[in-house]
Design a protein around this ligand. Structure first.
Ligand SMILES: [Zn+2]
Length: 485
């Protein structure tokens, strides 16, 4: 089984990309690249979620044609992926005709189990999601994501019998057939499932939500945006008949944010079970990124467009910060001050300096010739284990442990002293070890910092090193406080 299928969630295009989207793209991309290093044939899919009343209203508010509006915003996400060097080879839009046709087909397939009923309950437009009485009570009637009271709605909709699936999903998680990371999220989903599930409404009246996929055979209803958006993960592979679907499903990894965890840990698996399909193997749930120690939010006016960060520091440093300085298993924080520190102290001083001083010494003492060097025998199992347990932050820690110890090795072996003693053999041994270890560092950085890895390999893989190389990371001046605001 050499096929490997990984997805990010598909961002909802009612606004501009923010750093949370950047985080998710970078996480999924690193895992996709790691899989390619293991010689897997990878399909890495992302895209945009484009239906629903929130988008419809936003377009109206901006006085734009809805399709023009989604074209525009979808493009911003495509551009973001490009600017972060994201290696996705699929980009699905839920307004693609292909998606719409397949969703209708799936609806018809599943519809024998749907029933019509009256939905009386709570809804948050901001989340495009339904909430139960007890949830609403817990939150005192106000949606914490949007600081808005929940709307009470009463309408005739189609229902999906979600309640039938709670035990089976619970069991799949317990049996590790459907693995959820990190453990805290896994437990949260299990506890939610053990309370039992309620059936869910899966359509809205077309009068209220005209911007959606029409329910086949019923012109008065559109399909609930989440219900069809979740199906992107199989429609993009050409479910049911396409060979990609047959070869690549089930997904190896789905990467999603904690705000949409339940959709992916519970509703989507139930839909797959209804279709008689296997569940994804791994669901990895990441946290939120705050800014300057505060929650990020439009109402707080502290949103940062990731392009600001990329422009200032470059692509790889941006990836580096999000991978290493945002915890892989909980929430994290971004500030320009912290980014400056990470950039100057770790990328410029530790990694950049290691490469620079090694190049200088190899040129000076070996005339730039290092020849064929055997790979070092470092233990990379902790690195691999960390990635496979979705602790990408720890995997990079491992690489930087090695960077630090190589700098230390130079300080301790003092090649310049060996040169004075004219011990050419020892000198060559030391510098060869350095070069091969740096190549290994580059190899380990490939999934995370692809451009940096390529640059380092370009330098040390040549028979004769270039006589001078540019600094990998030019030190930057510290940001002024509160630049983010
Ligand atoms: Zn809300």
């Amino acid at each position: 089984m050499n096929q490997f299928y990984i997805t990010s969630s598909i961002p909802y295009v009612n606004g501009e990309p923010h750093i949370g989207h950047a985080l998710e793209f970078i996480l999924a991309d690193s895992m996709a690249r790691y899989a390619r290093e293991l010689n897997k044939q990878v399909i890495f899919s992302t895209g945009t979620d484009e239906h629903g009343s929130k988008i419809f209203n936003k377009a109206k508010e901006l006085n734009l044609d809805v399709l023009d509006f989604v074209n525009q915003t979808s493009n911003q996400f495509k551009e973001l992926a490009k600017s972060l060097n994201i290696s996705n080879n699929r980009f699905i839009r839920t307004t693609d005709q292909n998606h719409i046709d397949r969703v209708k087909l799936i609806w018809q397939k599943m519809s024998k189990d749907f029933y019509k009923g009256k939905y009386i309950g709570w809804y948050c437009d901001g989340d495009e999601a339904y909430f139960t009485d007890s949830e609403v009570r817990k939150m005192n009637g106000i949606c914490p994501n949007h600081n808005k009271p929940f709307q009470k709605i009463e309408e005739n909709n189609y229902f999906f019998p979600l309640s039938k699936y709670s035990e089976r999903i619970y069991q799949a998680i317990v049996d590790n057939k459907f693995k959820i990371y990190p453990a805290g999220k896994r437990n949260e989903m299990l506890s939610f499932l053990s309370d039992g599930l309620e059936d869910i409404s899966i359509s809205r009246p077309i009068k209220k939500v005209p911007w959606g996929i029409e329910v086949p055979g019923d012109r008065t209803q559109t399909i609930y945006v989440w219900f069809e958006a979740l199906l992107n993960y199989i429609t993009v592979l050409g479910y049911p008949e396409h060979s990609d679907f047959k070869q690549y499903w089930p997904a190896n990894i789905q990467v999603v944010g904690k705000d949409v965890a339940r959709f992916h840990a519970i509703i989507f698996p139930a839909m797959l079970m209804n279709l008689g399909l296997e569940l994804p193997q791994n669901l990895y749930i990441h946290g939120f990124v705050g800014i300057n120690g505060k929650k990020m939010g439009k109402s707080l006016g502290n949103s940062i467009n990731p392009s600001q960060i990329i422009q200032k520091y470059g692509v790889d440093p941006t990836r580096y910060y999000f991978l290493r300085h945002i915890s892989s298993s909980s929430d994290g924080d971004f500030s320009f001050e912290a980014m400056d520190e990470a950039y100057n102290n770790e990328l410029a001083n530790e990694l950049g300096n290691l490469v620079q001083r090694s190049v200088v010494m190899i040129n000076k003492y070996l005339n730039g010739e290092i020849g064929d060097i055997p790979p070092p025998e470092h233990d990379i199992i902790p690195y691999k284990r960390a990635i496979e347990a979705f602790h990408l932050d720890q995997a990079i820690d491992e690489v930087f442990k090695q960077v630090r110890s190589l700098n230390q090795y130079i300080d301790e072996t003092k090649p310049w002293e060996i040169a004075k003693q004219n011990d050419q053999e020892h000198l060559r041994e030391v510098l060869e070890y350095l070069a091969s270890s740096i190549l290994e560092v580059a190899f380990l950085l490939r999934p995370f910092l692809p451009e940096t890895a390529k640059k380092i390999e370009g330098i040390f893989k040549s028979n004769k090193l270039p006589s001078k190389v540019d600094l990998l990371f030019l030190k930057i001046e510290k940001s002024k406080k509160n630049e983010a605001n």
